[in-house]
Design a binder for this molecule. Structure first.
Ligand code: ATP
Ligand code: MG
Length: 459
């Protein structure tokens, strides 16, 4: 069935290990190509200057190839065709994902959602029965769930700052929703029709930070075979999200500051300045103020980024959100796998008392695991306790001896299997696997030791 263009659709593409672009498509035309005139810029030379266009009409979305090298769906070169639901589109070396579902930091194939209303907060709607059905919940477009005072205040701040162009610094522990908040601000701002470009500063290959951000001219360095636009130019008109900005290499920090102050950049090897019109949102889970005081992060850049700080409280400080989040994650699970599960009040009590070091991401993973492991309709406090025991055990347990395979219980084996699956999925990239699993990298290493999991070529 065609998706009406009145519902939101998104194009998402990973431009590199550290750079992702998201573009909201509505009624009208989205032009994809290498030229700066395109709405979605794909900076590889095999991409035509104008390569493909997506048109949103009241009957749905269509894609048309206008390139030299072709646009492909399912390995087939296309001319003009309808874009239904979720589709992977191949252009040059890029895999574009077209979807009509909500954008999620880690999995972009989750819930179908309603357009963002006046507020992203969900009504609590929780009944006093022993078991609540999750189906009463209506997730909003940016997928920000919570009805605590803290989340309401946070949402109020997001709305206010979305009306301005101030740089925003989002501060919060891992898994608190920094990326969700950044995307939310973008979608609430007038820049929403332009790209949201997320750069993970900790994942940029050494020595490539400047080129990732500002682009380069042909021959600027060995391997620079053709000119390439960087994140600043690709985000033109939209929002540039600098994730884990505390990891930005020190030699690039003054150049970033200059770009912010002058609204122009110079490509590596380039001579002409290029004007850029973007909003910067940065995020960190570190204490950048302290790092600036200790001179490990540039003070002037810190003050510039910190124009409008937004701090997201950890989940343990707003545990009244736990129930609503759990219900929403179960609804998401039910929609995806067609298996409706509810959580008992007793199980919820156990969840509410846990300190959630991995915050919402950890809760989401625990709920998904509980749903997978529960055969019945309701999730018991027993399974939650077992899952949390494994979680906290691995967090506190660096001194524990590794458990022999045979001694692992069913639940441990399920966790072991989940970890191996994620590692395979991320081609044994442990940073990404840990992130997707919602645990700290150190926790992943502890689990690898505990479950005796070795990288394939070491086995
Ligand atoms: N309020 C919320 N409502 C619904 N989902 C949330 C909320 N906060 C976070 N999440 C979910 O938790 C996961 C982690 O969120 P996100 O990636 O934004 O966290 P983060 O703070 O950027 O973490 P990290 O520092 O590890 O990168 C995502 O799947 C996100 O959708
Ligand atoms: Mg993040």
């Amino acid at each position: 069935m065609n998706e009406k263009a009145s519902t939101n659709a998104y194009l998402v593409v990973n431009l590199s290990e550290s750079q992702r672009v998201e573009l909201r498509c509505k009624k009208g035309e989205v032009l994809i190509g290498r030229s700066p005139a395109c709405d979605l810029i794909l900076p590889e030379s095999s991409v035509s200057r104008k390569h493909a266009r997506i048109t949103g009409t009241e009957f749905g979305f269509f894609i048309e190839d206008v390139s030299k090298n072709g646009t492909f769906i399912d390995g087939r070169r296309i001319g003009k065709e309808t874009l239904a639901g979720n589709t992977d589109i191949k252009i040059g070396p890029y895999e574009l994902h077209f979807m009509t579902s909500s954008l999620d930091a880690e999995k972009q194939d989750e819930l179908p959602t309603e357009p963002l209303g006046d507020t992203a907060m969900l009504p609590h709607g929780r009944k006093a029965n022993k078991i609540r059905r999750a189906s009463a919940i209506d997730p909003s477009e940016i997928g920000m769930i919570g009805d605590s005072k803290e989340i309401r205040e946070l949402f109020g701040l997001m709305k206010k700052v979305a009306e301005t162009d101030f740089p925003v610094l989002i501060i919060g522990e891992t898994g608190t929703g920094k990326e969700l908040v950044a995307r939310g601000i973008h979608l609430m701002s007038t820049r929403r029709a332009h790209p949201f470009v997320a750069v993970n500063c900790s994942a940029i290959a050494p020595g490539l930070t400047e080129s990732e951000l500002f682009g380069h001219e042909k021959g600027a360095f060995t391997g620079a075979l053709s000119e390439r636009k960087g994140a600043f130019e690709i985000a033109q008109g939209g929002t540039l999200f600098l994730d884990e900005v505390g990891d930005m290499s020190k030699d690039v920090q003054p150049k970033l500051l200059r770009a912010l102050e002058e609204s122009e950049i110079k490509r590596v090897g380039g001579t002409h300045p290029v004007s850029v019109n973007i909003r910067i949102i940065a995020a960190t889970n570190r204490d950048l103020r302290e790092e600036a005081a200790e001179k490990t992060f540039r003070k002037d850049l810190f003050y510039r980024l910190n124009s409008f700080p937004i701090s997201i409280p950890p989940l343990r400080e707003r545990n009244q959100d736990v129930g609503l989040l759990a219900d929403c994650f179960l609804l998401s699970y039910a929609q995806k796998y067609g298996k409706s599960k509810a959580i008992t009040d007793e199980a919820l009590d156990v969840l509410a008392k846990y300190p959630w070091p991995g915050n919402v991401r950890e809760l989401k993973n625990v709920i998904n695991r509980a749903a997978v492991l529960t055969q019945e309709d309701e999730i018991s406090p027993y399974i939650i306790k077992e899952l949390l025991r494994v979680e906290s055990h691995s967090i506190q347990g660096p001194g524990d001896p590794p458990a022999p395979r045979a001694a692992l219980r069913k639940i441990d084996l399920a966790e072991r299997e989940t970890i191996v699956k994620e590692l395979n999925r991320t081609k044994w990239n442990k940073t990404r696997a840990a992130k997707n699993l919602g645990i700290a990298k150190s926790t992943l290493f502890e689990k690898l030791r505990r479950y005796d999991i070795k990288t394939p070529d070491m086995q």
